[in-house]
Design a protein around this ligand. Structure first.
Ligand code: EPZ
Length: 420
């Protein structure tokens, strides 16, 4: 297994450009299955999860042309298979997002039942309940979700008991080709939901209300396809800003969408950072000062995002004062804490809350990545620490951060990847 070796004590300085959003790209890739005409997607991040999604489309018989690293052309006019196989779904849970579009377009979809992962059990009951409400018959057998519907799905009103990004996305795509209108109540409002809605509409769907708690999707007979550019990755951007705060540096991220980072920028300002924004850039300047500790509670957008919790925990680990971090979205998303403790962090956990007493300096150590964002927090801690940190199991990072070492190196970090 490859590892990252980080020499701490650097102060990140400079400018990088954001990549396309992983969490917008994955549903948009699934949405190509809805289209009878060709689709072209640009600003795709070059990430393992995107590669896995492209492999999944290929396994269904979709023609995918990868022309440049960040642009693909997809032709889903016909499929050879309606089954998303276990060996791909187990690599990436988000494969469940092909269920809705495949069922809606072809009346059948078989998707290996996605397992849980390090951060939680990750159920898909809301996905399945919504599809059944639209007329699907769903049977779980041999570890697969087997969904069928006679004729088209039928639009209806669906109220989701929990705010779920993935369930909202799956049902948006299923509703796009359904008979009649579907109303989604308690829909997720994340910027990636809005990006998917804009993409669906560009390809011929009729989605309104995206970004609010109530969305309406008026089913259309067919979708033509077309072009779409994926939005910037707000979590990648937030991660680099958190790294700048932890290392007392000054970093500007170009190609950004500051509007999608409201809660994150507000929390970073509370650390004492100076933050400036433009239409498509954001800059954090820590003014060479040690950050102040901040308290936060994760919740669905527009609240503070769970995908930034581990990174701010790392900032708190070296901040002045005590920060209380409460994770309410996933049941097991504080695993970075045990590794940060190995670096000298003073953190106690009570249920889903971490009490972080900032220390002046962390010590470099050998640490283990457990999931994507916990890995990012260990890299941040390693750059702020004294001495050398070795982060193992970094395949987690490659799922969600494009050219991480290259971008950090450009900002002055002493970081290199070595073979395991
Ligand atoms: C998406 O996951 C993101 N992944 C996650 O990002 C992100 O953390 C999460 O949304 C929350 O913002 C992608 O977009 C590919 P959920 P998703 O359904 O859709 C419960 C990252 O690091 N739930 O919004 O799987 C669930 O257990 C990843 O980039 C049900 O109970 O998240 C959780 O407690 C990690 N039943 C809560 O909802 C369901 O049917 C939120 O999950 C579905 C979800």
């Amino acid at each position: 297994m490859e590892k990252l070796i980080i020499q701490g004590g650097t102060c990140l300085q400079g400018e990088i450009t954001a990549s396309g959003s992983k969490n917008a790209a994955l549903p948009i890739l699934a949405a190509t299955l809805l289209c009878e005409g060709p689709t072209t997607i640009t600003n795709l991040p070059h990430l393992q999860d995107v590669i896995t999604s492209i492999e999944l489309l290929g396994s269904l018989g979709v023609e995918v042309g990868v022309h440049q690293q960040h642009k693909i052309e997809v032709d889903a006019r016909r499929l050879d298979s309606l089954t998303a196989p276990y060996d791909l779904v187990r690599k990436m849970r988000a494969s469940i997002l092909v269920l809705g579009p495949m069922l809606s377009r072809w009346g059948e979809a078989n998707v290996s039942f996605p397992g849980g992962c390090a951060i939680g059990s990750r159920p898909v009951d809301l996905h399945l309940q919504g599809l059944e409400a639209m007329g699907a018959t769903i049977v779980i057998e041999d570890g697969y979700i087997r969904a069928t519907c006679s004729g088209r799905l039928v639009g209806c009103s669906i109220s989701m008991s929990t705010v779920s990004v993935g369930a909202t996305e799956n049902l948006m795509m299923a509703a796009a080709l359904a008979e009649g209108t579907t109303v989604l109540e308690n829909a997720a409002r994340e910027p990636e939901i809005l990006d998917l809605a804009n993409c669906l509409n560009a390809w011929g769907a009729r989605v309104t209300g995206a970004g609010t708690q109530t969305m309406a999707i008026e089913g259309v007979a067919s979708m033509t396809g077309g072009d779409y550019r994926v939005m910037p990755d707000r979590i990648e951007i937030g991660t680099y800003l958190a790294a700048a705060a932890a290392t007392r540096g000054r970093v500007r991220v170009a190609g950004a969408a500051p509007w999608a980072l409201g809660a994150v920028l507000a929390k970073l300002r509370e650390t004492g950072a100076r933050i400036d924004t433009g239409d498509s850039w954001v800059e954090l300047d820590m003014l060479g000062r040690r950050p102040r500790a901040v308290s936060l509670t994760t919740a669905p957008y527009p609240a503070f995002p769970t995908d930034m919790q581990a990174q701010l925990t790392a900032v708190n680990a070296i901040a002045e004062g005590v920060g209380i971090v409460t994770e309410t979205v996933f049941e097991n998303r504080l695993m970075q804490v045990q590794e940060l403790r190995r670096m000298g962090a003073d953190i106690s956990i009570d249920g889903n809350t971490a009490r972080v007493q900032g220390v002046v300096r962390l010590q470099g150590a050998q640490v283990m990545a457990s999931d994507l964002r916990a890995s990012a927090s260990l890299v941040i801690a390693g750059m702020a620490a004294e001495g050398e940190t070795c982060v193992d199991e970094i395949y987690h990072i490659d799922r969600g951060y494009e050219r991480l070492e290259e971008k950090l190196h450009h900002l002055g970090a002493k970081i290199k990847r070595i073979p395991g």
